[in-house]
Design a binder for this molecule. Sequence first.
Ligand code: SAM
Length: 225
Amino acid sequence: MTPLVRPAGLEPATLWSEATCSIQLSYRRIFASTFSGFIILYAMHSYVLYIGFLVFELVVAVGVAAFALSILYSSFMGSPYVPTKKKELVDFLKDAGLKKGQLFIELGCGDGRVVRTAVKEYGVKGVGVDINPFLIMWARFLAKKDKMTNIELRTENVFNTPLKKADVVYLFLMPELIKKLFPKLTKELKKGSVVISHGFKVVGWEKKLYKTIEKKPFSTFYYKV
Ligand SMILES: C[S@@+](CC[C@H](N)C(=O)[O-])C[C@H]1O[C@@H](n2cnc3c(N)ncnc32)[C@H](O)[C@@H]1O
């Protein structure tokens, strides 16, 4: 029989102190790993924040650049984006003789403020077109915000907009563009329809001009076709 001999160093006291020592070590390890985990998480968090901030800055910069380019594009296509003043549009819409259910078309509508007001205040059916997709996006957002349904806003070149059914056409465009548009206006507009041109006269329609609101910097001209 092999005698039962306790190996050296395995006396109960030694075993106890080793056990507590290893428990302490585990605690330290857990604490250390938790702490480093916390540091890593914190670092990652600020890293994520940093990346997030960079992405945000990039999106804003790209958005601003795209918008600036779109404004240049508007000018290049015939007319820069210059919105009609709100007070002025309220005044000239009052004199337009708009009736509920009429079709009101705004050529080069920008943020759609004129066509939106005409639909809201006078119950007309509204169509607004603009070459600039950003302005149309914004105009649609504003129309949606006001829960408007009787309005259509399209990214479109004014030369492609059907005008046959229009009762009233509003434009605030550069004289050169009006000049190019003139044959389309004379060809497509029905008899009795009204054209309101803000800022510039429609050259060739002197006899059709029936009302002018003189204002600085922009007067408004009313034509009966
Ligand atoms: C002077 S702003 C008038 C904006 C708006 N009608 C208003 O009164 O607030 C002229 C608008 O015509 C648009 N435009 C320029 N050329 C165009 C074209 N060929 N077809 C459609 N829209 C055009 C521009 O993007 C711009 O928004």
